[in-house]
Design a protein around this ligand. Structure first.
Ligand SMILES: C[S@@+](CC[C@H](N)C(=O)[O-])C[C@H]1O[C@@H](n2cnc3c(N)ncnc32)[C@H](O)[C@@H]1O
Length: 273
């Protein structure tokens, strides 16, 4: 079954999700997954792929960016309303006006429209915290018919088995326990030089180590995506030795594919020993 997908998002793991799930399958060796946590959800590509494969009994999809979780809530609770509101914005085609309105009221349909139209599907902010990514003039944004169809499919997939949470990963995973799995895909930006204001939030090395240790202390199986090129070598050395590194097969870069280029990326996955 094709995995439905609604939110275009820079750094989405959509193309890598099958490879990550294959590792998880092997590691589980037939054990069931009670709950799958994705605390740095973004477009929640891994949760969608896992739900399509009926891998876990239930899901926690969480992110610290509140408007994004608001969009997820609308996708699950009111997919038709979202698709209708998106269609109005798409038909009008006024990106700057939507971006301006989003600053005062960050509604789900505005965020979805901005993400389908902006450069690199990347959430970027100015120093005042306002979304300031420009429109990509080559893109009109996902066609509303497709949005309607995909939101309905995603809602059907997640509804009744998914809890959405807004907040810091350490908090949104605080109730994870043995039998649960946490898939971590934190932002790497600003990890060595402090917080980079262009991004919603960086994630410090110490925070990541504390998160992994807290999850391991409760017997949670952890999978961590790690892009060596982006994160830098030093970062890998600070990761707990309770994780083992696996190299995923090289993939075409999702971002480059979106922009019509062919580039390859190699990513590692760290998994609880
Ligand atoms: C690399 S993206 C995840 C992409 C995701 N794997 C996907 O498939 O789309 C990282 C996400 O972490 C979120 N984030 C940043 N800091 C966070 C924190 N401290 N706790 C939870 N989420 C955070 C960002 O808003 C962003 O959506």
């Amino acid at each position: 079954m094709a995995v439905p997908h609604v939110i275009p998002y820079q750094g989405s793991k959509r193309l890598l999700a099958p490879a990550i799930l294959a590792v998880l399958h092997e590691r589980l060796a037939g054990q069931p997954v009670h709950k799958l946590y994705e605390p740095f959800a973004g477009s929640a590509a891994l949760s969608l792929a896992a739900a399509s494969a009926d891998l876990a009994q239930s899901h926690v999809v969480a992110d610290s960016y509140a408007p994004l979780v608001g969009l997820w809530q609308e996708i699950v609770d009111a997919p038709e309303r979202l698709a209708d509101a998106y269609r109005l914005l798409w038909n009008a085609g006024e990106y700057e006006a939507v971006r301006h309105a989003f600053h005062t009221e960050p509604t789900p349909e505005r965020l979805l429209y901005l993400l389908t139209r902006c450069v690199k599907a990347a959430v970027r902010f100015n120093r005042q915290g306002a979304f300031n990514q420009a429109a990509d003039r080559r893109r009109r944004g996902t066609h509303p018919d497709r949005v309607a169809q995909q939101t309905a499919a995603v809602a059907a997939l997640l509804r009744g088995r998914t809890t959405l949470r807004t907040g810091e990963a350490l908090i949104t995973t605080a109730d994870a326990q043995a039998g649960d799995v946490a898939y971590l895909d934190p932002p790497w930006h600003g990890t060595t030089t402090g917080r980079d204001v262009r991004y919603h939030s960086g994630y410090a090395q110490d925070d990541l180590v504390a998160l992994i240790e807290a999850l391991h202390a409760r017997g949670v199986l952890v999978l961590l995506s790690y892009d060596g090129k982006r994160a830098g070598r030093d970062f890998a050395q600070t990761l707990p030795t309770s994780l083992v590194r696996l190299d995923l097969p090289a993939m075409r870069s999702a971002q480059a594919t979106l922009l019509g280029r062919a580039e390859w990326t190699t990513e590692s996955l760290y998994v609880t020993r």
